[in-house]
Design a protein around this ligand. Structure first.
Ligand code: PGA
Length: 253
C-alpha cells in the first residue's frame, strides 16, 4: 500500500476558451463530489485561468498552468510569471512538457530555471521527462540526463514539491500508449535514480505519473502498476465525462 497520494491531471494544451472552460468545470464538479484521497487537477491555457480560478474557489479540483517564465517580472513580451499564475488561483505548473522542449526550445537549462522559480514562488511543479521514438533504446540515458540537469540545485526538502511525469514522446497524442509494464519499468528506474541521488525516503515519497494517450480504457491497468502514482492526460482530459472516468480508475486502485 503506497503512501503516495495519486494525482490525475488534465493538460488541455491549446484548447478551450474561457467560456468553454466554464462549461467544462460546471460539468466536471458534480462528477467529483465523492472523490477523496486523490488530487485532481486541470491545466487550461493561460486565457482560461482567471475564470477557472474564480469557479474553483473553495473546491477540491485544483488549477495549474502549462508553463511559466523563469524571471519573476520585467521586459519579457508574451511571458507569464509565477505571481500572475498564483493570482489566478493556480497551485501547480507544468515544467518541461515535451511540446515546450521540442517545439519552443526549452532546453534543460531553461527547464531547471523554470522549476526553480516555480518552487521559489511556492507553486507545485510537475516536471515532465521522456524520450522520443528514436531515443527509446536509450531511454535510461535520456531520462537520467534530463533529471540530472533539471533537478540541479534542488534539495531533498524542495523535491517534495515536485511531481515527475514520465511521458514517452512517441505515446503523446498518437494513441500509442506505453504498455503498463514498459511504463512501470521506466518509472521504477526514475524512482531508483531519486534513491541514489537523494535517498530512499525521497524516492518512496516521490509521486511519479505516466502520460501519453491515457484513456478511460487503459487507465486502470496503468494505474495498477506499483510505481505509477497517477496520470497526466491530454486528449482524454478535454471531455468532462472521460476525464472523470480516468479519475474513477484511480479511485478503484
Ligand atoms: P495525450 O497527451 O494524453 O493526448 O497523449 C498527454 C500529454 O501530452 O500530457
Amino acid at each position: 500500500m503506497t503512501m503516495r497520494r495519486p494525482l490525475i491531471a488534465g493538460n488541455w494544451k491549446m484548447h478551450k476558451t474561457a467560456e468553454e472552460t466554464e462549461r467544462f468545470i460546471k460539468e466536471l464538479l458534480p462528477k467529483l463530489e465523492n472523490v477523496e484521497d486523490i488530487d485532481v487537477l486541470i491545466i487550461p491555457p493561460y486565457t482560461s485561468l482567471d475564470r477557472a480560478g474564480r469557479l474553483l474557489q473553495g473546491k477540491s479540483l485544483q488549477l495549474g498552468a502549462q508553463d511559466v517564465h523563469y524571471e519573476t517580472e520585467g521586459a519579457f513580451t508574451g511571458a507569464i510569471s509565477t505571481h500572475m499564475l498564483k493570482a489566478c488561483g493556480c497551485s501547480y505548473v507544468l515544467v518541461g512538457h515535451s511540446e515546450r522542449r521540442e517545439l519552443f526550445g526549452d532546453d534543460d537549462t531553461i527547464v531547471a530555471r523554470k522549476l526553480n522559480v516555480a518552487l521559489d514562488s511556492d507553486l507545485k511543479a510537475i516536471l515532465c521527462v521522456g524520450e522520443t521514438l528514436s531515443e527509446h533504446d536509450l531511454v535510461e540515458e535520456k531520462i537520467t540526463r534530463q533529471l540530472t540537469q533539471d533537478l540541479t540545485g534542488i534539495d531533498a526538502m524542495t523535491l517534495t514539491k515536485i511531481t515527475i511525469a514520465y511521458e514517452p514522446i512517441w505515446a503523446i497524442g498518437t494513441g500509442k500508449t506505453a504498455t503498463p509494464e514498459v511504463a512501470q519499468e521506466t518509472i521504477s528506474m526514475i524512482r531508483r535514480w531519486i534513491a541514489s541521488h537523494y535517498d530512499e525516503a525521497a524516492a518512496q515519497g516521490m509521486r511519479i505519473l505516466y502520460g501519453g494517450s491515457v484513456k478511460p480504457a487503459n487507465a486502470k491497468s496503468l494505474l495498477a502498476q506499483p510505481d505509477i502514482d497517477g496520470a497526466l492526460v491530454g486528449g482524454a482530459a478535454l471531455v468532462a465525462e472521460s476525464f472523470a472516468q480516468i479519475v474513477d480508475a484511480a479511485r478503484l486502485q
